[in-house]
Design a binder for this molecule. Structure first.
Ligand code: MTE
Ligand code: MO
Length: 314
């Protein structure tokens, strides 16, 4: 029997953390024993969906920094397909349909194919990863993603020995994406990674956040996450993955080559031509933070750039 209104109760007050994490599994098990209704009333959907994520580091790739609220993460966005203001993606993406979805794999790969998204991700176990995210504009967020390491996907697809880069493409659907009716970026949005970057254990394909499916504004139904790079590398709503021999074109590099390079590694020592990259504002905080080399992921990624001039390869 609930005494407080359920909205007022933090889920941590009523569920041990392990159960909180495994709510779906718990309900599945409980339903099998015919107590589904009871389970549902102890773990109402409104608590799952609420604006909290359990504190602390759970896995080796997690940051222990405080996670941003669900509201911050889903209302302060960049997704130019839906407009250029931070509030546009959440306001204008309601009509976008991320289901059904297909991902086409092509190029230098032994198993080129077009996959239904469900089949594409079915072989893998979904993981939660709390990553620090830094936009090139000077703000940052901490986001609990749900998804799969890109390396696992690539291994299964078996790129040929000619594959040196992976190129990604966002869907082109101007009927549902009003920004695509204007030519302020080249559509469809494209991005790419060098093969070693794509295979780095940090590189993630997200299909969810906060334990739920990705909201449209965050790149539903599947998007790239490379936490040591500026946010624009994290291409959203991916429909094509192409294995290629040469460095592929990238949208922001095409749009302003002197400002955005192929690598886009977070680097406080390499300023953007129009502003400093030394500090950042964490959304929800007042004082600025120091920006960290490779966004704090140097230990995991610095060796990939050994010997490279990072001022030239920005
Ligand atoms: N297709 C596409 N992907 C995109 C963008 C975009 O405009 N279009 N914006 C990028 C930028 S600049 C950032 S900072 C991140 C923001 O991701 P988030 O809104 O999920 O935090 O998405 C990136 N991916
Ligand atoms: Mo960004």
């Amino acid at each position: 029997m609930l005494i407080k209104r359920k909205e007022d109760i933090a889920s941590s007050e009523i569920t041990p953390e392990s159960l909180y994490f495994n709510r779906r599994e718990f309900i599945r098990a409980a339903s099998a024993f015919g107590v589904g209704l009871a389970a549902r009333s102890i773990f109402p959907e409104s608590l799952m969906a609420q604006d909290k994520w359990p504190k602390g580091k759970k896995g080796p790739y997690d940051t222990d920094e405080e996670v941003n609220s669900y509201k911050d993460i889903t209302t302060y966005n960049n997704f130019y397909e839906f407009g250029t203001d931070k509030s546009d993606p959440s306001q204008n993406s309601g009509r976008f349909k991320p289901k059904p979805w297909t991902v086409k794999v092509e190029g230098e790969v032994k198993k080129p194919a077009t996959y239904n998204l469900e089949d594409f991700i079915k072989p893998y176990k979904l993981e939660d990863r709390i990553y620090r995210m830094r936009c090139v504009e000077g703000w940052s967020l901490v986001i609990p993603w749900r998804g799969i390491p890109l390396a696992d996907v690539i291994k299964k697809l078996e790129p040929t020995s000619k594959a040196k880069y992976v190129a990604f493409e966002t869907i082109f659907r101007p009927d549902e994406m009003e920004g695509q009716r204007r030519p302020y970026l080249n559509w469809p949005y494209v991005e790419g990674l060098r093969m070693d970057e794509a295979m780095n254990p940090l590189t993630f394909l997200a299909v969810g956040l906060y334990g739920k499916e990705l909201p449209n504004q965050n790149g539903a139904p599947i998007r790239l996450v490379t936490p040591w790079k500026y946010g624009f590398k994290g291409i959203k709503s991916i429909v094509k993955i192409r294995f290629v021999e040469k460095e592929p074109p990238t949208t922001w590099n095409i749009s302003a080559p002197n400002e955005y390079g192929f690598y886009s590694n977070v680097n406080p020592d390499v300023d953007h031509p129009r502003w400093s990259q030394k500090t950042e504002r964490r959304i929800g905080e007042f004082l600025k933070r120091k920006t960290l080399m490779f966004n704090g992921y140097a230990e995991q990624v610095a060796s990939m750039y050994a010997g490279m001039d990072l001022k030239k390869n920005y």
